[in-house]
Design a protein around this ligand. Structure first.
Ligand code: BEZ
Length: 228
């Protein structure tokens, strides 16, 4: 299975939106490739409704969604029709899922990505999430068990965080939200460490020489990430 920093495995698969050729169809985009255990199950239904409702939020950050389960294409189509016609969750209803949902009956893609966890289920994928950047590299991997739905605010925060870290050459502390202070790269010399601690570098505030932050306004991030 791929690890963070590896090239995401290529695949071709049928989906509810036609054939998916990855990565060829996604050149230049960030991708969230995620698996779910089974169609017509409640947690998965709530997740799909949430993902579909947030699709535009992800698109704003140049991010496309690809879902997958080891169910077949006709099951997928029937389930997505049921979601749109009958399902309500929180304030969501009449939700149309327009991102591709891959038919992976052969478990070809699930096996390549390590989405099957025999200790949890042998015949279905767990709730795996692979965040893949425009260079085709895996940047984040998350696994959730069958009984717990994913946190979609966190998925969006991951996208914004990775793109912010890349764009501004910063790292982001625990529970960071856009607009909060960002961590600057460690001082590479005793001189820089001294300057930072003496207040010489006025853009940077240091708690100690190895823990220095800088202001990074949300508007600056939004402009950089959404206007390119
Ligand atoms: C669900 O999505 O509700 C679910 C799927 C597989 C096992 C348990 C729950």
């Amino acid at each position: 299975m791929p690890r963070i920093g590896d090239t995401a495995p290529a695949f071709t698969a049928e989906s509810t939106q036609g054939t998916v050729n990855f990565p060829a169809d996604y050149v230049g985009s960030w991708v969230i490739l995620f698996s779910h255990p089974a169609d017509f199950t409640p947690v998965c239904t709530s997740e799909f409704m949430t993902f579909a409702t947030m699709q535009e939020d992800f698109a704003r950050y140049n991010t496309k969604l690809i879902g997958l389960s080891v169910d077949g294409l006709y099951s997928h189509i029937a389930w997505l029709r049921t979601i749109q016609e009958k399902m309500t969750y929180r304030d969501m209803k009449n939700v149309e899922v327009t991102f591709p949902l891959i038919d992976d009956v052969s478990m070809n893609v699930a096996s390549k990505y390590g989405m099957i966890m025999p200790g949890e289920a042998t015949t279905s994928a767990v709730r795996a999430v692979f965040v893949i950047d425009p260079a085709g590299l895996v940047r984040t991997i998350l696994y959730y068990p069958l009984a717990l739905g994913r946190n979609f605010d966190e998925l969006l925060r991951i996208i914004k965080g990775l793109q912010t870290a890349d764009e501004f050459d910063v790292a982001l502390p625990a529970d960071w939200r856009p607009g909060e202070r960002a961590i600057v790269p460690p001082a590479g010399s005793c001189g820089v460490a001294k300057d930072r601690m003496s207040g010489e570098d006025t853009d940077v505030e240091c708690v100690d020489w190895f823990f220095c932050t800088r202001d990074l306004p949300e508007e600056t991030i939004e402009k950089a990430l959404t206007e390119r």
